[in-house]
Design a binder for this molecule. Structure first.
Ligand code: NDP
Ligand code: 8X3
Length: 250
């Protein structure tokens, strides 16, 4: 039977690459994001391969999120796979200099947004006693790095929520997986540095992971036999050993 996946943050980076990978494999898609024009363009592209519905909302707004998911038409109401991917970093500052607005944004989007989307979708999964939730954490969810403070905290929270979900949803036969990438070359650093040219330096001098690398891993995770759950994966580019050790220019 054809499956349907809802992907948050499908307008760029890992979410967009995952949408393209899933479309190639005939998975129906509900693509979410705040940038409507991008969603429409991606819908046009991927509709050639699979059925695509778009939902334009901000995951950090709880009523907007629940209304958007409630508004899904009959053909897209059953969600087999949820990819909680929307997220970002805002700023890279020592804790004493950090901006409260940046902290709010990271907690509201990366943690609360993931919870709001999950809250709207889990009941149908528990009722059907099936489903697969994949939360995109980060190596920053396993290890704190200098100036990463609140972003790392948000991703540690994602990992804790993921583990909690896996325990609580276990009686319902719902699989829950954490995908934790290291450095992936996407719009992530443009957002973190608010367009500052520092963003261009982050992936220089080594081959960073590409969004497609993570998308292929996510497809691998969702395409295992029903009895197999890949609980947690940590993925680095070859040049990266941990959050602070990146071998450049070799
Ligand atoms: P991008 O900036 O390329 O993509 C982020 C996506 O999230 C966009 O589609 C954006 O869409 C969406 N998004 C952001 N804020 C909101 C919001 N408030 N409501 C709805 N959607 C939102 O970055 P990545 O692809 O790299 O990031 C995807 C995930 O991967 C994030 O959770 C990130 O923390 C994680 N990650 C990234 C790594 C990296 O090195 N790049 C490494 C490890 C994890 P729009 O702006 O249209 O709303
Ligand atoms: C993104 C990876 O190291 O830039 O989560 O925080 S890192």
């Amino acid at each position: 039977m054809t499956k349907t996946a809802l992907i948050t943050g499908a307008t760029s980076g890992i979410g967009l690459a995952t949408a393209r990978e899933f479309a190639k494999h005939g998975i129906n898609l509900i693509l979410c994001g705040r940038r409507l024009e991008r969603l429409k363009t991606i819908q046009n592209e991927l509709s050639l391969l699979t059925d695509v519905y778009i939902l334009n909302f901000d995951v950090s707004h709880k009523t907007e999120t629940s209304k958007a998911i409630e508004s899904l038409p009959e053909d897209f109401k059953v969600i087999d796979i949820l990819i909680n991917n929307a997220g970002n970093a805002h700023g890279l500052d020592p804790i004493q200099d950090g901006s409260i607005d940046d902290w709010d944004a990271m907690m509201d989007i990366n943690v609360k947004g993931l919870l709001y989307v999950s809250k709207a979708i889990i009941p149908q999964m528990t009722e059907r006693q099936s489903g697969h939730i994949i939360n995109i954490g980060s190596s920053a969810g396993k290890e704190v790095y200098p100036k990463g403070n609140v972003y790392c905290a948000s991703k540690h929270a994602v990992l804790a929520v993921t583990e909690g979900m896996r325990i609580d949803l276990n009686p319902f036969g719902i699989k829950v997986s954490a995908i934790n990438p290291g450095l992936v070359e996407t719009e992530f650093s443009q957002v973190r540095f608010k367009g500052d040219k520092k963003a261009n330096e982050v992936y220089k001098g080594f081959k960073a992971l590409q969004a497609q690398d993570i998308a292929e891993i996510i497809y691998f995770v969702v395409s295992r036999p029903d009895h197999v759950n890949i609980a947690d994966m940590l993925i680095f580019p070859k040049a990266q050993a941990n959050s602070v050790t990146v071998k450049k220019n070799f």
